[in-house]
Ligand binder design. Structure first.
Ligand code: SF4
Length: 359
């Protein structure tokens, strides 16, 4: 058995992905012991990223009002979720937020827009915005804006866009179960258009939406085929009012197996513990840092996440190193140690029975 873990690590270190049989074994075999699996996934992680953990923060510049029916999304036309909806923010307010980020020393500014995808007119507006942001603040710019073709990608590339996010989310065969207004191929084509035009891609998946292990293996290999340098692994956040709800398959161990498979298949990629890590990995979040080398902090598109201080403490307590751009909120170190021992609800600590102790 030891040989299997060593073989998987050795293959990843020489850029050979696991075979489909090995991938299924990683996800499903009762023979798998999670600690040696994580150790195998840690070997390529350590070679390419050391013990550093990249910190990413999401900024929603347009929320809700989407004509698409992605069943997991609280911004879709089919959700009953109670989220704040707003059209694209004014350029001024985007510049303001960017300036604040730049003043704080941020190196990357990520903008996310709801919607099917940008028209050419919208791409031109975004392009102008991106060019100004880069000229003024010199930051790297990421954009998540939906489906697009070469025309929009070219405009964005010429404006200097550094990275385009567009998640595949699940396998081609499972896609119709979660969305009917666009296809999996539409998403693949968007990533291909970005690559053709020289924009770096970021694309990942959401697990816990009723997919099988074969679906996870399929999308993992597709991300490898597309040479995706940045892969967020999302764990479905069940939001009241959304048609797609948590399928109950995500134990912390399942999440760790998926993260390990992703690392062993895509050893050089930035693997991100993304939305839903708090609720699904729970007390085992720090083990996720063995395969993953980055995470989101502070919340997702429509839900809150753990605060910075808690996340930084989790990373450092596990012996990893926060790789946050300057200006990100620092871990609060002034909190007295005794605060960590406070009982929720403020109940009194049990007093020792002095009489009995002195007996
Ligand atoms: S995931 Fe994107 S395209 Fe789908 S409903 Fe949400 S905002 Fe719209």
């Amino acid at each position: 058995m030891f040989d299997t873990y060593a073989k998987l690590a050795e293959k990843a270190l020489t850029d050979q992905p696991p075979t489909p049989e090995e991938a299924s074994w990683i996800l499903d075999s009762p023979e798998v012991d999670i600690l040696p699996l994580l150790q195998a996934a840690f070997e390529p992680r350590r070679r390419h990223f050391g013990r550093k953990v990249g910190i990413q923060v999401l900024n929603n510049v347009q929320n809700g009002l989407c004509p698409e029916d992605c069943g997991y999304c609280a911004q879709s036309k089919v959700t009953d979720a109670d989220v704040r909806q707003y059209p694209m923010k004014s350029d001024e307010s985007i510049f303001e937020a960017a300036e604040e980020a730049a003043r704080g020393g941020a190196m990357r500014y990520c903008m996310a827009l709801s919607g099917r995808g940008p028209s050419v007119t919208r791409a031109k507006r975004l392009g102008k915005l991106i060019r100004t942001l880069k000229d003024r603040y010199g930051m790297s710019i990421c954009l998540s804006a939906g489906i697009m073709g070469d025309e929009q990608a070219k405009i964005l590339a010429e404006s200097g866009l550094d990275r385009l996010n567009h998640n595949l989310n699940t396998s081609e065969s499972h896609y119709a179960e979660i969305c009917s207004t666009h296809t999996w191929q539409d998403r693949v084509s968007t990533l291909e258009a970005a690559r053709r035009n020289g924009i770096e891609t970021c694309s990942g998946l959401i697990i816990g939406m009723g997919e099988t292990s074969d679906d996870i293996v399929e999308v993992t290999y597709k991300l490898l085929e597309l040479e995706t340098p940045s892969i967020p692994v999302n764990f479905l956040i069940p939001i009241d009012g959304n048609p797609v709800q948590d399928d109950g398959s995500l134990s912390p161990e399942r999440c760790l197996r998926v993260l390990s498979l992703m690392r062993l298949t895509n050893p050089r990629a930035e693997i991100r513990m993304a939305g839903g890590r708090e609720g699904h990995l729970r007390g085992l979040q720090s083990l996720g840092l063995y395969p993953a080398n980055s995470l989101f902090v502070g919340g997702y598109l429509t839900t809150q996440g753990d605060p910075f201080s808690e996340t930084y403490a989790m990373i450092e307590d596990a012996g990893f190193e926060v790789q946050a751009p300057e200006g990100m909120p620092e871990r609060e170190t002034s909190e007295p140690t005794r605060m960590r021992f406070q009982i929720p609800g403020g109940r009194e600590l049990i007093k020792p029975d002095v009489a009995r102790l002195s007996d």
